[in-house]
Structures are given as C-alpha cells and as structure tokens.
Design a binder for this molecule. Structure first.
Ligand code: SF4
Length: 177
C-alpha cells in the first residue's frame, strides 16, 4: 500500500492573507486558505518580495522588448526586474524540487499564468501572457500543475486540479486521500 503524503503546493502569498502586494494590501482568499491548510503542505511564495522589491513598492508590468518579455516598473522602464524574478524562480525550484502544484494569483506580471496583460510600447497586445516567475518555473519544471485564485472557485477546474495532484503523487509512489 502506498504511504500517505500531503502534496507540496506553493501558493502566492498574497492569497494567503499576507500584505505583500505592491500597495501593501493582500488578496486573501478564505476558500484557498481553508482548503489548503488541511489538504496541502503549503509553501508560500512572493517573488517580488523575495527579489528585494519591498512592500509597498511601485508597480511593474509586462512588456515585450526586442521579442522578449520583460518585467519593468510602470512609468519608468529603466527599472527592469526580469532577471531578478528569473533568479528567484531558479532558487525556488532548487529548494522545492518535489513541489507538485502552484495556486497562483491571476494576472500578476510575476505570478500570472496565461492571464497577464502584455504591453508593447504602452499598447496592450495580449491578455494571456504569463508572469516572469511563472514562465521560468515552467521552463525548469514543465509538469507542475497550475490553478489561479479565480479558477480555484470553479468546481470543475478545481476538481481537475485536485485529480492532477492525486495522479502526480501516485506516480511518486504516494497516496493522498
Ligand atoms: S501576485 Fe505574486 S508577486 Fe504579487 S503580491 Fe501576490 S505573491 Fe507577490
């Protein structure tokens, strides 16, 4: 019989109620907090705080520059934090290689997954890019499962996410619930 194990799931820290957003607020989701606390081994993360950007901080957005996605300060493109966010993602995966899934904040230039606005010279060119941290995580660990805070509230999407976690654990020789 497989040994039971709580899956290691990383969660954007602002969703857990920590006031780490650029404006010093949080994006607490009581549903995520309640569910995660009893079903997951929760690993909180905030790439922007880990990158030393501080709280509160001036906001960043995602732009395409010479064909590459860059995270730069809104109204001051000379402040570019792309490499800092990539480095944080690399360190994060090195320390959490057994992570199976991420619950991420929708639309963030760091944490968004296929929901982030992308600009080209101040012109909005996409609503479905991914944040720099998430893009780097997927480069390093493509099998990782994602769900954002909005999708987590949708029964069907949540069920798919949870069954993906169960399958991933079984493949590692563990059972969950
Ligand atoms: S969305 Fe990500 S980078 Fe922004 S505050 Fe939340 S955890 Fe931090």
């Amino acid at each position: 019989m497989n040994t039971k194990k709580l899956p290691k799931v990383a969660i954007s820290q602002c969703l857990l109620g920590d006031q780490v957003r650029y404006d010093g607020t949080d994006s607490a989701s009581s549903d995520i907090i309640q569910y995660a606390g009893s079903h997951f081994n929760v690993i909180p993360f905030c790439p922007e705080v880990s990158a030393g950007m501080g709280t509160p901080r001036l906001p960043i957005n995602l732009s395409v520059v010479n064909g590459e996605h860059r995270a730069r300060r809104v109204n001051d493109a000379t402040v570019d934090v792309t490499q800092a966010l990539k480095t944080i993602a690399q360190t994060f995966i090195r320390s959490n290689s057994d992570i199976v899934a991420i619950i991420n904040k929708k639309s963030s230039p760091s944490c968004g997954h296929l929901t982030t606005k992308l600009y080209d010279d101040s012109v909005l060119v996409s609503h479905s890019a991914s944040g720099i941290f998430v893009t780097e995580i997927l480069k390093l660990k493509p099998e990782i499962l994602f769900i954002d805070d909005e999708q987590f509230m949708q029964a069907e999407k949540r069920a798919d996410f949870l069954s993906g976690i169960k399958k991933a654990l079984q493949e590692q020789g563990f059972s969950w619930k």
